[in-house]
Ligand binder design. Structure first.
Ligand code: HEC
Ligand code: HEC
Ligand code: HEC
Ligand code: HEC
Ligand code: HEC
Length: 175
């Protein structure tokens, strides 16, 4: 092998390494962006179907304010105190948060950037929309929310606004 071929091979190998690293990095960063790991597996189905609760029993502000809110530990404690009500290991995790009096660090999955204004009350009360129009069928979920079933993109906002003849003025959403 002469020097030129060696140099060529080194460049080729080096490029492949960089390219692979780039692809792996990109795959992981988008994976993390769209899938989040929650502190425990919370089942919407167990509470909405089995325990017969309504969305507003936990998401108190969804029909009153802009933000729906994720319930605090105090809400869980009304039913989960010291004796487990199920055989689930996830409830054991919950009870250890209760025992230590520590809030569960849920990660919010559905979020719009600060330059966008979005009001739940406006959509749920004035617009009479069902939660499932934007969040899918939550009542069937047996695991914690880890990704957006329907992505909160500008395109998805606009598609529905056009369909229902609601404003598409930039300044309605960007204030
Ligand atoms: C009104 C009573 C009530 C409230 C409030 C409540 N739960 Fe439950 N929870 C239940 C019942 C009843 C079950 C058992 C359901 C079953 O076995 O099908 C349960 C089961 C569970 C389980 C184990 C079952 C599973 O499949 O994961 C977890 C974890 C859990 N709850 C977490 C929570 C959290 C977190 C909160 C607060 C945000 C909460 N619960 C609030 C009544 C309640
Ligand atoms: C028109 C679409 C739409 C509808 C209908 C809708 N949501 Fe949302 N939801 C969103 C958007 C957008 C966000 C992100 C909001 C933000 O970042 O301020 C969100 C966020 C949330 C959150 C995260 C916490 C928070 O305070 O923002 C919860 C919980 C939630 N929605 C529950 C509900 C429930 C329960 C209903 C039905 C009663 C509902 N949503 C109906 C679009 C919708
Ligand atoms: C017992 C309390 C409880 C009830 C009842 C309940 N939720 Fe939730 N919800 C939670 C908790 C706790 C979380 C955070 C954990 C998770 O993401 O799964 C959550 C998360 C969510 C989120 C994702 C928020 C985000 O952006 O991370 C949506 C959307 C939502 N709930 C909608 C609903 C709808 C729709 C209903 C009624 C069909 C409902 N919830 C009933 C406790 C409840
Ligand atoms: C599934 C349909 C649907 C989706 C998706 C949706 N909207 Fe809406 N939106 C409506 C309806 C219907 C109204 C009118 C409510 C009323 O009657 O006041 C509305 C009203 C609004 C208003 C008030 C408009 C005004 O005239 O001032 C804003 C702001 C808004 N939406 C923002 C958003 C944003 C931001 C998103 C995406 C994150 C979004 N919407 C997604 C249906 C939707
Ligand atoms: C119905 C609500 C709505 C209307 C109307 C709307 N937007 Fe948006 N816009 C959003 C949401 C939600 C996002 C954030 C999510 C995303 O980037 O898709 C966004 C993001 C953006 C961004 C940032 C994109 C990025 O990549 O970060 C720009 C720029 C923008 N909008 C411009 C406009 C302009 C210009 C108009 C008027 C022609 C407009 N928007 C009308 C909801 C809206």
């Amino acid at each position: 092998m002469n020097i030129a071929t060696k140099k060529f091979l080194i460049v080729v190998v080096f490029s492949i390494v960089i390219l692979t690293a780039g692809v792996i990095y990109f795959a992981f960063s988008s994976y993390n962006r769209y899938r989040v790991l929650q502190p425990l597996e919370y089942s919407h189905k167990a509470h909405v179907e089995s325990a017969g609760m309504k969305c507003t029993d936990c998401h108190f502000y969804v029909d009153k304010m802009a933000s729906a809110s994720i319930p605090s530990l105090e809400v869980c404690q009304t039913c989960h105190n010291d004796e487990p009500v199920s055989t689930s290991p996830e409830e054991v995790k919950l009870l250890s948060y209760v025992k230590e009096g520590k809030e569960i660090p849920w990660r919010q999955v559905y979020e719009v950037p600060d330059h966008v204004y979005f009001s739940h009350r406006r959509h749920v009360i004035d617009g009479e929309l069902d939660c499932s129009e934007c969040h899918g069928n939550m009542a069937e979920l047996t695991k914690s929310v880890s990704y957006q079933a329907i992505p909160m993109t500008m395109k998805n906002c606009l598609d529905c606004h056009k369909q229902r003849k609601v404003t598409t003025d930039c300044l309605a959403c960007h204030r």
